[in-house]
Design a protein around this ligand. Structure first.
Ligand code: FAD
Length: 551
């Protein structure tokens, strides 16, 4: 092997896992190269909502008199008895060793972030935002957006809100500054393509290969390679190992097009013998693995993220979307122009702080006390339509010009993505159905289907009863042209299953043996069902420390 570059520790990915890992390793005396596939740092973490559930007895919890401990964090995140309103358990299948490591390092990670310049909104920890983040005491902290331009707008936040608004922007830019000050070498537009091991399935990891604008570079890692590549939900073949329904039409990933979750870390590690772990956490119907769109008429339609024309990636995002304030304003139809569910239905949810009342640790009464609520529309939206395909195909929001007025939408670019086929309009419903031609619409929408669906729905408005799906009192007819069809297909979000790791974030092989010199954390690691950045930052912290002492 000819090595083009060398460092003690090579970190892959500059998101919530990678940057902390790189800084910690550097601070512990290692030379560190961090490679990032995109043109800028931050990954999904930089566009995240900034809710960070790190607890276990942080200085802020103490300041506000909140009693917490590593044991309580561990107990909460492994409590088999906590279930969501549809009966799915959030924490039952978490790997005890991995959660124990998180519990023991959670408070330390928080203090470490603060000491590296990360500013958290100055208030008591709460239960706002995030999901699957534990159940018994307030732990949720919120990193402030700060003064740096935001990835989704290209502009800084309003100065009056820079220290009070929760966002991943401030967290990741602060860590970028800390990394550079510490002497981490960050190589942007360097995409890791493979991991080198002494022999294909044995011996220590030696380094990685990267692609830099079409050229291959080999980077030697004298001590360790740390994978922080952010998961696999953007890779259709990979995600279908977990859920065969998630075919290519689910193309509106949360966090894209800023950065992808292409499974490259997992695939490279599997190619040298690594094992995957904790599949249930990916397919359990809780949390945000698959979500209901929050806006319509654009490809990347995650509810908490609107790409604005000033964003550096707006050219790829193409539209801001039309935010839906009231799902009474639209009906949702499948590829065949048929309704399939009550449009006001939500998505999978997760159990957070005290959403079970009373909450008794480890008691079946938690499930008994739950209010049964199966009302999410995702399974119906993902249901196949019997065309021999596993995925349900596109979902279209159908509405009229009165709905446009009520919602105060502008049904045109840059709000609606007409050019790429995520938004259509016509003066007649039959014409609208015929116009829906785009790459994910596998079969044409029969015009009579759409006409009949709308006529039947309008009759429900007259009677006040949705006889098909029980939408609470349908209010508005779809009657006034022009008529519209806007992309409203479910969004793929979190990855909660990935590489098998141990308490030190070392990657294990199919025999349960450590692959020497290989570490992983965040969404590319398995065994831990918790949304987001706390898990990632904490595992980055653990991996950076462990890797610095490796070999
Ligand atoms: C819109 C949105 C809102 C969110 N809000 C919250 C929130 O409020 N609270 C919360 O806790 N979590 C939130 N999350 C989730 C959270 O951002 C992620 O769970 C977290 O960032 C995962 O960290 P990670 O290090 O695993 O991946 P990321 O932060 O995504 O970082 C992965 C990095 O690796 C890079 N990469 C990938 N492959 C390669 C390769 N082959 N070579 C080199 N680099 C590569 C990527 O480009 C990326 O920069 C949100 C996510 C999104 C998308």
């Amino acid at each position: 092997m000819r090595w083009d570059r060398q460092a003690d520790v090579v970190v892959v990915g500059s998101g919530a896992t990678g940057l902390p890992a790189a800084i910690v390793a550097r601070e512990r005396g290692c030379s560190v190269i961090l490679v990032e596939a995109e043109k800028d740092i931050g990954g999904h973490a930089i566009i995240s909502g900034g809710n960070v559930p790190l607890g276990g007895g942080t200085s802020v919890q103490k300041k506000y008199g909140i009693k917490d401990s590593p044991d309580l964090v561990f107990r909460d995140l492994t409590d088999w008895s906590v279930v969501g309103p549809n009966g799915f358990p959030d924490y039952r299948y978490n790997d005890r060793e991995i959660v124990r490591a998180f519990a023991d390092n959670s408070a330390a990670t928080f203090e470490w972030l603060v000491a590296r310049g990360v500013v958290f909104v100055d208030k008591a920890p709460d239960a706002l935002g995030g999901n699957s983040v534990g159940n018994s005491v307030p732990r949720e902290m919120h990193s402030a957006v700060m003064h740096w331009p935001m990835a989704h707008t290209g502009e800084p936040a309003d100065p009056a809100m820079q220290k009070t608004r929760s966002s991943g922007n401030g967290l990741m830019r602060s860590l970028e500054v800390a990394a550079k000050e510490a002497g981490v070498e960050i190589l942007l537009e360097h995409r890791m393509t493979s991991i080198q091991r002494r022999a294909p399935n044995c011996g220590p990891v030696l380094g990685i290969a990267v692609d830099h604008k079409g050229a291959r570079l080999n980077i030697r890692a004298r001590k360790a390679v740390i994978i922080g590549t952010g998961g696999s939900t953007g890779n259709v073949n990979f995600r279908r190992m977990f859920d065969p329904r998630l075919t290519e039409e689910y193309c509106g990933l949360a966090g894209m097009p800023w950065s992808d979750q292409d499974g490259s870390g997992e695939l490279a590690a599997m190619a040298i013998g690594a094992s995957l772990w904790g599949f249930y956490n990916q397919i359990g119907e809780f949390g945000s693995n698959v979500t209901k769109p929050g806006s319509i008429g654009r490809q990347y339609n995650y509810r908490h993220l609107q790409w604005m024309p000033g964003s550096p990636v707006f050219g790829r995002a193409r539209a801001t979307g039309l935010r839906v304030a009231d799902w009474q304003d639209v009906i949702l139809v499948n590829m065949l122009g048929k309704r399939f569910y009550d449009e006001t239905g939500g998505q999978y949810i997760a159990n957070n702080y005290n959403s079970l009342d009373p909450y008794v640790q480890g008691s079946y009464l938690n499930a008994k006390n739950l209010e049964w609520n199966p009302n999410n529309f995702l399974n119906a939206a993902l249901a196949a339509i019997d065309d021999g395909h596993n995925g349900g195909g596109p979902i279209w929001a159908i509405f009229d010009s009165d709905a446009v007025a009520r919602e105060e939408w502008t049904p045109a670019p840059p709000h609606a993505d007409i050019a790429a086929g995520f938004f259509f309009s016509a003066d007649r419903l039959a014409d609208l159905a015929e116009k829906i031609v785009m790459k994910y619409q596998r079969v044409p929408m029969p015009p009579t289907n759409l006409e009949e669906t709308v006529a039947r729905y309008n009759s429900f408005v007259d009677s006040g009863v949705d006889e098909d799906f029980g939408k609470p009192k349908p209010i508005y007819k779809i009657a006034k042209p022009p008529f519209y069809a806007a992309w409203a297909t479910p969004v793929v979000h979190d990855t909660r299953a990935g590489l098998r790791i141990n308490a030190k974030c070392q990657v294990l092989d199919m025999s349960g043996e450590v692959i020497q010199g290989l570490y992983c954390g965040g969404e590319s690691a398995g065994g831990f069902s918790q949304h987001g950045r706390a898990r990632a930052a904490c595992q980055g912290y653990i991996a950076g420390n462990a890797a610095a002492g490796a070999r």
